[in-house]
Write a protein that binds this ligand. Structure first.
Ligand code: CTP
Ligand code: MG
Length: 258
């Protein structure tokens, strides 16, 4: 197979959410995990992967702390900040407009997936370079997943809902970010979204947006470390993951001295 031409890739990091479910009273991307904010962890992984020609971060309106983090992270790769919107999709749209023009591809990443390893970014970038218009990282699902419907009024005394089906587990995937796209495909999809009104109801990620437009979305292996930090329990898991990384990075013998 011929070596694919290298692409100029922009990375959007959405960090404009308020972190209601974590409940710290500050934007989630500012929450500190093992001494550094979630945004710093996310930026470090993107930069370490080497895929990005430009990074644009959507920050909460009026933010100064995350904007300062972007300024500090900027170096060979420019890191800029734009104000996000009231939904994740709106934040993605605004950050897309903040990327330099002429990029071949864009990766959209959640700051909340702060510990996503650099090799996941590299896998998504490689699939784009090999010709994918859309590619997302995913993992097999461990739980059996059911679909549910509300119970009838007579059944309400038993329970609120009941099972309507069981999708075959072997075919289910839990999807993560970064989600990668041909730059024009994603820009067209977001332009449609801005004018779609109620047609856009229920679109929960960028991949779904391009799926609706008939684009094939390819899957590459994700990582358990790319968990979305949503609740306090996720933050505890993330702390354990960082501690394990630090242990495995420590020189041999150092651990036993502690
Ligand atoms: N996000 C964003 N702009 C929004 C909402 C979400 O940029 N208006 C980002 C978040 O910062 C996060 C990612 O989208 O990195 C995934 O969203 P989620 O995990 O739901 O984060 P929050 O919206 O901050 O959390 P919560 O829903 O608990 O308030
Ligand atoms: Mg949210």
């Amino acid at each position: 197979m011929p070596t694919p031409p290298s692409l100029r890739i922009g990375v959007v990091i959405v960090a404009a959410g308020s972190g209601q479910r974590l409940g710290y009273g500050i934007p989630k991307a500012e929450v500190v995990l093992a001494g550094r904010t979630l945004l710093e962890h996310a930026l470090e992984a993107v930069l370490a992967s080497g895929v990005a020609a430009h990074i644009c971060v959507a920050v909460p309106p009026g933010d100064t702390a995350l904007t300062a983090i972007c300024a500090r992270a900027a170096g060979t790769v420019p890191v800029t900040a734009v104000e996000g919107g009231s939904s994740r999709a709106e934040s993605v749209g605004r950050a897309l407009s903040g990327l330099e023009p002429g990029l071949d591809a864009v990766l959209v990443h959640d700051a909340a997936r702060a510990l996503t390893p650099p090799d996941v970014f590299a896998r998504v970038g490689a699939a784009l370079a090999a010709g994918a218009q859309a590619v997302i990282p995913a993992l097999p699902v461990a739980d059996t997943i059911k679909t549910a419907v509300p119970c009838s009024p007579e059944e309400q005394r038993i329970a609120g809902e009941k099972v309507s089906g069981t999708p075959e587990r072997a075919r289910l995937r839990a999807v993560q970010t970064p989600q990668g796209f041909d730059a024009r495909t994603l820009a067209d999809a977001h332009r449609w979204l801005e004018s779609a009104g109620s047609d856009a109801a229920g679109i929960t990620d960028d991949a779904m947006l391009v799926e609706r437009r008939g684009v094939d979305v390819f899957l590459v292996p994700g990582s358990e470390q790319a968990l979305k930090i949503t609740t306090e329990l996720d933050l505890l898991t993330a702390e354990a993951l960082v501690a394990r990384r630090l242990r495995s990075a420590a020189p041999a013998g150092k651990e036993s001295q502690q």
